[in-house]
Design a binder for this molecule. Structure first.
Ligand SMILES: Cc1cc2nc3c(=O)[nH]c(=O)nc-3n(C[C@H](O)[C@H](O)[C@H](O)COP(=O)(O)OP(=O)(O)OC[C@H]3O[C@@H](n4cnc5c(N)ncnc54)[C@H](O)[C@@H]3O)c2cc1C
Length: 211
Protein backbone atom coordinates (compact mmCIF):
# COMPACT_ATOMS: atom_id res chain seq x y z
CA UNK A 1 0.00 0.00 0.00
CA UNK A 2 1.27 3.46 -0.89
CA UNK A 3 0.37 6.48 1.19
CA UNK A 4 0.92 10.06 0.23
CA UNK A 5 1.47 13.13 2.37
CA UNK A 6 4.27 11.80 4.55
CA UNK A 7 6.42 14.76 5.53
CA UNK A 8 9.97 14.71 6.84
CA UNK A 9 10.15 15.18 10.61
CA UNK A 10 11.28 18.64 11.65
CA UNK A 11 14.83 18.45 12.88
CA UNK A 12 15.44 19.14 16.54
CA UNK A 13 11.73 19.06 17.45
CA UNK A 14 11.06 17.21 20.73
CA UNK A 15 8.27 14.62 20.64
CA UNK A 16 5.05 15.89 22.27
CA UNK A 17 4.62 14.63 25.87
CA UNK A 18 2.08 11.83 26.16
CA UNK A 19 -1.05 12.31 28.24
CA UNK A 20 0.26 9.96 30.89
CA UNK A 21 3.55 11.92 31.07
CA UNK A 22 1.53 15.13 31.49
CA UNK A 23 -0.55 13.53 34.27
CA UNK A 24 2.63 12.26 36.00
CA UNK A 25 4.11 15.75 35.79
CA UNK A 26 0.96 17.32 37.25
CA UNK A 27 0.84 14.72 40.05
CA UNK A 28 4.47 15.44 40.95
CA UNK A 29 3.83 19.20 41.01
CA UNK A 30 0.77 18.71 43.22
CA UNK A 31 2.59 16.34 45.62
CA UNK A 32 5.29 18.98 46.09
CA UNK A 33 2.76 21.56 47.33
CA UNK A 34 -0.36 19.82 48.65
CA UNK A 35 -0.43 18.64 52.29
CA UNK A 36 -3.40 16.36 51.60
CA UNK A 37 -3.57 13.29 49.37
CA UNK A 38 -2.72 13.25 45.65
CA UNK A 39 -3.92 10.03 44.05
CA UNK A 40 -3.31 9.47 40.37
CA UNK A 41 -2.99 5.67 40.55
CA UNK A 42 -5.35 3.46 38.48
CA UNK A 43 -7.14 2.13 41.61
CA UNK A 44 -8.06 5.59 42.88
CA UNK A 45 -9.08 6.75 39.41
CA UNK A 46 -11.35 3.70 39.12
CA UNK A 47 -12.93 4.47 42.52
CA UNK A 48 -13.74 8.02 41.46
CA UNK A 49 -14.93 7.04 37.97
CA UNK A 50 -18.52 6.87 39.17
CA UNK A 51 -21.11 8.45 41.42
CA UNK A 52 -24.67 7.22 41.94
CA UNK A 53 -25.52 7.73 38.28
CA UNK A 54 -25.07 5.33 35.37
CA UNK A 55 -22.01 7.23 34.10
CA UNK A 56 -18.45 5.89 34.23
CA UNK A 57 -15.50 8.19 33.50
CA UNK A 58 -12.09 7.80 35.14
CA UNK A 59 -10.78 11.21 36.20
CA UNK A 60 -7.25 12.44 35.42
CA UNK A 61 -6.51 12.10 39.13
CA UNK A 62 -7.84 12.87 42.59
CA UNK A 63 -6.78 15.44 45.19
CA UNK A 64 -8.08 15.16 48.76
CA UNK A 65 -7.19 18.55 50.28
CA UNK A 66 -6.47 19.05 53.98
CA UNK A 67 -6.57 22.85 53.85
CA UNK A 68 -7.97 25.63 51.73
CA UNK A 69 -4.38 26.37 50.68
CA UNK A 70 -4.31 22.85 49.19
CA UNK A 71 -7.38 23.73 47.13
CA UNK A 72 -5.74 26.96 45.93
CA UNK A 73 -2.52 25.14 44.95
CA UNK A 74 -4.53 22.49 43.08
CA UNK A 75 -6.52 25.05 41.13
CA UNK A 76 -3.35 27.01 40.33
CA UNK A 77 -1.39 23.97 39.08
CA UNK A 78 -4.35 22.79 36.99
CA UNK A 79 -4.99 26.27 35.60
CA UNK A 80 -1.33 26.64 34.58
CA UNK A 81 -1.69 23.48 32.49
CA UNK A 82 -5.25 24.09 31.23
CA UNK A 83 -6.49 21.02 33.13
CA UNK A 84 -10.17 20.93 34.20
CA UNK A 85 -11.11 20.52 37.88
CA UNK A 86 -14.24 19.08 39.47
CA UNK A 87 -15.41 19.39 43.09
CA UNK A 88 -16.84 16.38 44.84
CA UNK A 89 -18.66 15.77 48.12
CA UNK A 90 -20.11 12.34 48.76
CA UNK A 91 -20.72 11.50 45.10
CA UNK A 92 -24.44 10.74 45.50
CA UNK A 93 -25.41 12.75 42.42
CA UNK A 94 -27.76 11.01 40.03
CA UNK A 95 -26.76 12.58 36.70
CA UNK A 96 -22.98 12.15 36.51
CA UNK A 97 -22.15 15.52 38.06
CA UNK A 98 -18.99 14.20 39.73
CA UNK A 99 -17.64 12.11 36.82
CA UNK A 100 -15.47 13.75 34.19
CA UNK A 101 -12.04 13.96 32.59
CA UNK A 102 -10.79 16.33 35.27
CA UNK A 103 -8.82 16.48 38.49
CA UNK A 104 -11.45 15.62 41.10
CA UNK A 105 -11.15 17.54 44.38
CA UNK A 106 -12.80 15.53 47.17
CA UNK A 107 -13.80 17.78 50.09
CA UNK A 108 -15.46 15.07 52.19
CA UNK A 109 -12.48 13.50 53.97
CA UNK A 110 -10.80 16.46 55.69
CA UNK A 111 -12.62 19.73 54.95
CA UNK A 112 -15.72 18.69 56.83
CA UNK A 113 -15.84 20.81 60.00
CA UNK A 114 -18.47 22.99 61.59
CA UNK A 115 -16.40 26.04 62.48
CA UNK A 116 -19.05 28.22 64.19
CA UNK A 117 -22.70 28.02 65.21
CA UNK A 118 -24.72 31.05 66.31
CA UNK A 119 -28.11 29.93 67.67
CA UNK A 120 -29.24 33.56 68.13
CA UNK A 121 -28.74 34.42 64.45
CA UNK A 122 -29.57 30.85 63.42
CA UNK A 123 -26.46 30.64 61.26
CA UNK A 124 -23.56 28.21 61.05
CA UNK A 125 -20.13 28.48 59.44
CA UNK A 126 -19.07 25.24 57.81
CA UNK A 127 -16.49 23.69 55.54
CA UNK A 128 -17.99 22.32 52.30
CA UNK A 129 -17.39 18.64 53.07
CA UNK A 130 -19.51 18.52 56.23
CA UNK A 131 -22.17 15.81 56.16
CA UNK A 132 -25.66 17.30 56.19
CA UNK A 133 -26.74 15.28 59.27
CA UNK A 134 -23.65 16.40 61.24
CA UNK A 135 -24.71 20.03 60.71
CA UNK A 136 -28.32 19.17 61.53
CA UNK A 137 -27.25 17.27 64.67
CA UNK A 138 -25.27 20.25 65.97
CA UNK A 139 -28.19 22.60 65.19
CA UNK A 140 -30.59 20.18 66.89
CA UNK A 141 -28.83 20.70 70.24
CA UNK A 142 -30.24 24.26 70.05
CA UNK A 143 -33.68 23.05 68.88
CA UNK A 144 -32.88 24.18 65.33
CA UNK A 145 -32.71 22.25 62.07
CA UNK A 146 -31.13 22.61 58.63
CA UNK A 147 -34.24 22.15 56.53
CA UNK A 148 -33.08 20.76 53.15
CA UNK A 149 -32.85 16.99 53.60
CA UNK A 150 -32.41 14.90 50.47
CA UNK A 151 -32.98 11.17 50.97
CA UNK A 152 -29.17 10.84 51.16
CA UNK A 153 -29.04 13.18 54.22
CA UNK A 154 -26.91 10.75 56.27
CA UNK A 155 -24.10 10.81 53.68
CA UNK A 156 -24.37 13.87 51.44
CA UNK A 157 -22.24 16.94 52.04
CA UNK A 158 -23.52 20.49 52.26
CA UNK A 159 -21.04 21.49 49.49
CA UNK A 160 -22.66 18.89 47.22
CA UNK A 161 -26.12 20.10 48.28
CA UNK A 162 -25.14 23.62 47.20
CA UNK A 163 -23.84 22.27 43.87
CA UNK A 164 -27.13 20.46 43.23
CA UNK A 165 -29.43 22.89 45.08
CA UNK A 166 -30.74 19.84 46.93
CA UNK A 167 -34.27 19.67 48.32
CA UNK A 168 -35.96 16.92 50.34
CA UNK A 169 -39.28 16.75 52.19
CA UNK A 170 -38.52 19.52 54.72
CA UNK A 171 -37.47 21.94 51.97
CA UNK A 172 -41.21 22.39 51.42
CA UNK A 173 -41.33 23.78 54.96
CA UNK A 174 -38.24 26.01 54.91
CA UNK A 175 -36.79 26.20 51.41
CA UNK A 176 -34.25 24.46 49.19
CA UNK A 177 -30.51 24.68 49.81
CA UNK A 178 -30.29 27.96 47.88
CA UNK A 179 -32.81 29.51 50.30
CA UNK A 180 -30.66 28.52 53.28
CA UNK A 181 -27.25 29.82 52.21
CA UNK A 182 -26.28 33.24 53.59
CA UNK A 183 -22.75 33.61 52.29
CA UNK A 184 -20.17 31.61 50.32
CA UNK A 185 -16.42 31.84 50.15
CA UNK A 186 -15.61 30.92 46.58
CA UNK A 187 -12.48 30.29 44.52
CA UNK A 188 -12.73 30.78 40.77
CA UNK A 189 -10.66 28.83 38.24
CA UNK A 190 -8.60 31.94 37.56
CA UNK A 191 -7.61 32.08 41.23
CA UNK A 192 -9.91 34.79 42.58
CA UNK A 193 -10.96 33.99 46.17
CA UNK A 194 -13.85 36.05 47.52
CA UNK A 195 -16.95 36.10 49.68
CA UNK A 196 -20.33 36.39 47.98
CA UNK A 197 -23.68 37.05 49.64
CA UNK A 198 -26.10 39.78 50.55
CA UNK A 199 -24.53 43.19 51.10
CA UNK A 200 -25.60 44.91 54.33
CA UNK A 201 -26.51 48.61 54.39
CA UNK A 202 -23.34 49.31 56.39
CA UNK A 203 -21.17 47.56 53.75
CA UNK A 204 -22.96 49.48 51.00
CA UNK A 205 -22.12 52.75 52.75
CA UNK A 206 -18.43 51.74 53.02
CA UNK A 207 -18.47 50.82 49.31
CA UNK A 208 -20.03 54.19 48.36
CA UNK A 209 -17.42 56.02 50.44
CA UNK A 210 -14.67 54.36 48.39
CA UNK A 211 -16.15 55.12 44.95
C1 LIG B 1 -31.14 7.36 46.59
C2 LIG B 1 -30.98 8.83 46.34
C3 LIG B 1 -31.94 9.71 46.79
C4 LIG B 1 -31.78 11.11 46.57
N1 LIG B 1 -32.75 11.93 47.04
C5 LIG B 1 -32.67 13.25 46.80
C6 LIG B 1 -33.70 14.13 47.30
O1 LIG B 1 -34.64 13.72 47.95
N2 LIG B 1 -33.56 15.45 47.02
C7 LIG B 1 -32.49 15.95 46.31
O2 LIG B 1 -32.44 17.16 46.08
N3 LIG B 1 -31.50 15.14 45.87
C8 LIG B 1 -31.56 13.81 46.10
N4 LIG B 1 -30.57 12.98 45.65
C9 LIG B 1 -29.39 13.54 44.94
C10 LIG B 1 -28.15 13.78 45.84
O3 LIG B 1 -28.06 12.81 46.86
C11 LIG B 1 -28.20 15.12 46.52
O4 LIG B 1 -28.31 16.13 45.56
C12 LIG B 1 -26.99 15.38 47.46
O5 LIG B 1 -27.22 16.55 48.18
C13 LIG B 1 -25.66 15.49 46.76
O6 LIG B 1 -24.64 15.65 47.77
P1 LIG B 1 -23.18 15.02 47.58
O7 LIG B 1 -22.34 15.40 48.75
O8 LIG B 1 -23.28 13.56 47.29
O9 LIG B 1 -22.73 15.84 46.30
P2 LIG B 1 -21.86 15.34 45.04
O10 LIG B 1 -22.66 14.36 44.27
O11 LIG B 1 -20.52 14.92 45.48
O12 LIG B 1 -21.72 16.73 44.25
C14 LIG B 1 -22.88 17.42 43.78
C15 LIG B 1 -22.43 18.60 42.90
O13 LIG B 1 -21.77 19.57 43.69
C16 LIG B 1 -20.46 19.80 43.21
N5 LIG B 1 -19.61 20.00 44.39
C17 LIG B 1 -19.51 19.23 45.49
N6 LIG B 1 -18.70 19.78 46.40
C18 LIG B 1 -18.26 20.94 45.87
C19 LIG B 1 -17.37 21.97 46.32
N7 LIG B 1 -16.80 21.95 47.54
N8 LIG B 1 -17.13 23.02 45.50
C20 LIG B 1 -17.71 23.10 44.28
N9 LIG B 1 -18.57 22.15 43.79
C21 LIG B 1 -18.84 21.09 44.58
C22 LIG B 1 -20.09 18.57 42.39
O14 LIG B 1 -19.13 18.86 41.38
C23 LIG B 1 -21.43 18.21 41.80
O15 LIG B 1 -21.70 19.01 40.66
C24 LIG B 1 -30.67 11.60 45.86
C25 LIG B 1 -29.68 10.71 45.42
C26 LIG B 1 -29.83 9.34 45.65
C27 LIG B 1 -28.77 8.41 45.16
Amino acid sequence: MTVTGILPAKQGRAPAASRSDQADDLAAALRARVAGEVRFDPGSRALYATDLSIYRQPPIGVVIPKTMADVEYTVEECRNRGVPILGRGCGTSLAGQTCNVAVVVDFSKYLNRLTALDPERRTAEIEPGIIRDDLDGAAGRHHLTFAPDPATHQYCTVGGMIGNNSCGVHSVMAGKTVDNVEELEILTYDGLRMRVGATSDAELEIGRAHV
